[in-house]
Design a protein around this ligand. Sequence first.
Ligand code: ADP
Ligand code: ADP
Length: 227
Amino acid sequence: RVVVRLDDVHKEYGAARALGGVSLRIDAGDAVAVMGPSGCGKSTLLNLVAGLDRPTRGTVQVGGQDLGAMNETELALFRRRHVGMVFQFFNLIDDLPALDNAALTAQLTGTPARQARDRAMELFEELGIAERADVYPAALSGGERQRVAVARALMNRPALLLADEPTGALDSRSGEQVMDLLIDLNQIGQTLLIVTHDPDLAERCAGRLVELADGRVVAEHGLERTP
Ligand code: ADP
Ligand code: ADP
């Protein structure tokens, strides 16, 4: 089963070319890392796969659906249901306790509040943060914040988990915990697309590395994961 398929994707911002013909396929259960220098198009690629932006040319398919055929409303719903996102700076809502940060995601797609909280608590237990459920983000450690963000991303059992520099704002110990978490998730079948500058993160968490330079894929190779 193909989860992500990009065919000859181009993206231009006015005269600036962010992507110049990228084709990429990610199968269910794959863990793919995208690396490359600043400005090579990594964020653009992630935004296109997440349906946050549209290509200038080419097609983006996620879960067998052509994102280009969806209107904005359909795209927003598709994203909430099928794509989970984790960011470098967590993007948690400061005035909601940890558990509500996660539960809100499911409530926004129509899950009753009680059921959403139960699902969030189940994930908090799996991720080892159950005792932090009532704590506000400001009082959580960086590693705990990122685990809350991962729980939030997994609420709707997304076909794809996108991570943009997920360890970039963490100290090395918290970073290790988040890497272990991503490895565990992939081992139970979660498809991952990780964008990072960190070769250690790519080597440990991904089975395949895609190197971007100047908006193009310049190399692609399988990785021996180093536990
Ligand atoms: P990366 O994430 O690898 O640093 P980006 O995808 O952010 O790269 O950017 C790729 C190129 O596209 C860069 O030259 C960047 O300046 C440009 N770019 C990205 N987003 C925009 C935008 N919204 N408007 C104009 N240029 C952009
Ligand atoms: P990263 O640190 O992940 O490479 P960037 O700093 O390149 O991220 O970009 C952060 C956000 O700003 C992205 O969503 C990108 O699309 C946007 N962006 C990047 N370059 C430009 C630009 N030249 N003009 C407008 N927006 C940009």
